[in-house]
Design a protein around this ligand. Structure first.
Ligand code: ARG
Length: 394
């Protein structure tokens, strides 16, 4: 029997996939779950469910550090945000796919399976990585059989798969953020109820007093909080806690999915909001005007690539090279004040600062004001000629 490695979360979709892969595809199933910072019970559950459903061989792969260093950090350096969404799910998918491929190769499997439906973005993200790194077959049982949620439930019941309790929303959580969709949130006019949020406090429950946090950056990536150097995973975790406590990081958007469908998406991404804000603050101090303008163009292209599952497009590597070169000087410290859902950079310093207090000062004479007269005189040359032409016309 051919072996297939299934990306397994222990939820309804992927549990149904196990049985379908056996019954309809006649394959031996091995399950795998990749840890990118989900809540601990979501890491333990798949192993338990795999055991209960039939003692399947199961892998748990801890990829948290790799996620932080090789996916989140490049996204911070590039200020990657898609339509207001800091790309938490989108960044994790290529890494999950990479790890599943590694398991499949180790097991000598002939195929990889995932539980994505045919409506979302993740099918693109998983398959783009799998197909650009292996020749293994890809099987997507839910999509292949065009199953609805109700049909999945019926099938699950028929083969003794435990049905989910009355879970309301569809949630995807990792180190970089929490995505909440489905149920009443599908009506874009309905305000997300408080129970949709877990990482961020509503404003009326945030501390009365502001808090100032100091973030240290080296080469464009955060390395320290309040003067203490921290490992990437720990640093992001703490940033989530601090910013979430002050009600920062809630997103409610109409998002344009890859296939063109609009969807209403809710996110909680406190660390992403805080770290990206601080990062931009430091860039303002250390990059030239032309670098900043160009970095903006890179950001939107970068975010587009990540969102649309094109992590392996060579353009992403090209952009990374440009970004890394620029980010060498994004080193220093940023102070951010958090209070009642708002966040403001209130201080920044860097050995590579391009700001000169001396030159900008009103008392300074190193810049001889008289030398500017010529530059100013012809500054709006084209506008001046344009006005002259228009005057003649009338
Ligand atoms: N729309 C987002 C994306 O495509 C997040 C989807 C998260 N999934 C979920 N079940 N909430 O990246």
């Amino acid at each position: 029997m051919d072996k297939v490695v299934l990306a397994f979360s222990g939820g309804l979709d992927t549990s149904v996939c196990i049985k379908l892969l056996e019954e309809k595809y006649n394959m031996e199933v091995i399950t795998a779950c990749v840890d990118v910072g989900q809540p601990r019970d979501e890491i333990e559950r798949p192993a338990m469910v795999a055991k209960e459903l039939g003692n399947y061989r199961h892998y748990t792969v801890d990829a948290r550090r790799e996620f932080a260093e090789d996916y989140i950090f490049p996204a911070i350096k590039a200020n990657a945000v898609y339509e207001g969404y800091p790309l938490s799910t989108a960044l994790a998918r290529p890494l999950i796919a990479k790890k599943i491929v590694e398991v499949a190769e180790k097991e000598g499997a002939s195929a990889i399976a995932h539980g994505c439906t045919g409506k979302g973005n993740d099918q693109f993200r998983f398959e783009a990585v799998i197909r650009s790194t292996t020749d293994l077959d890809v099987i997507a049982p839910i999509r292949d059989l065009n199953l609805t949620r109700t049909e999945e439930m019926e099938y699950a019941r028929s083969c003794g798969i435990p049905l989910p309790s009355d879970k309301l929303y569809s949630i995807d959580e990792n180190l970089w953020g929490r995505a909440i969709e489905g149920d009443i949130l599908e009506d874009p006019m309905v305000e997300p109820p408080e129970d949709a949020f877990e990482w961020t406090k509503p404003i009326h429950e945030t501390p009365e007093d502001p808090e100032v946090i100091e973030i240290g950056f080296h080469g464009g990536v955060p390395v320290a909080l309040n003067g203490e150097e921290l490992e990437p995973v720990e640093l992001i975790g703490l940033a989530n806690e601090v910013a979430g406590k002050h009600g920062i990081g809630r997103v409610d958007i109409m998002e344009d999915r890859i296939i063109g469908m609009k969807s209403r998406e809710i996110y909680e991404t406190p660390a992403a909001f805080l770290l990206l804000e601080a990062h931009r603050g430091l860039e303002q101090l250390t990059l030239t005007r032309s670098e900043l303008r160009f970095a903006d163009i890179i950001s939107s292209t970068y975010a587009e690539l990540v969102y649309s599952g094109l992590w392996h497009d060579p353009l992403r590597e090209d952009l990374d090279m440009a970004v890394n070169h620029m980010q060498r000087r994004v080193t220093g410290t940023v102070r951010v004040k958090l209070h009642r859902g708002s966040m403001r950079v209130i201080g920044r310093e860097s050995p590579y600062s391009l700001y000169s207090e001396e030159i900008v000062s009103f008392e300074d004479k190193t810049l001889d004001q008289r030398e500017m007269a010529g530059m100013v005189k012809n500054y709006a040359l084209q506008a001046a000629i344009y006005s002259r032409v228009c005057r003649k016309e009338n």
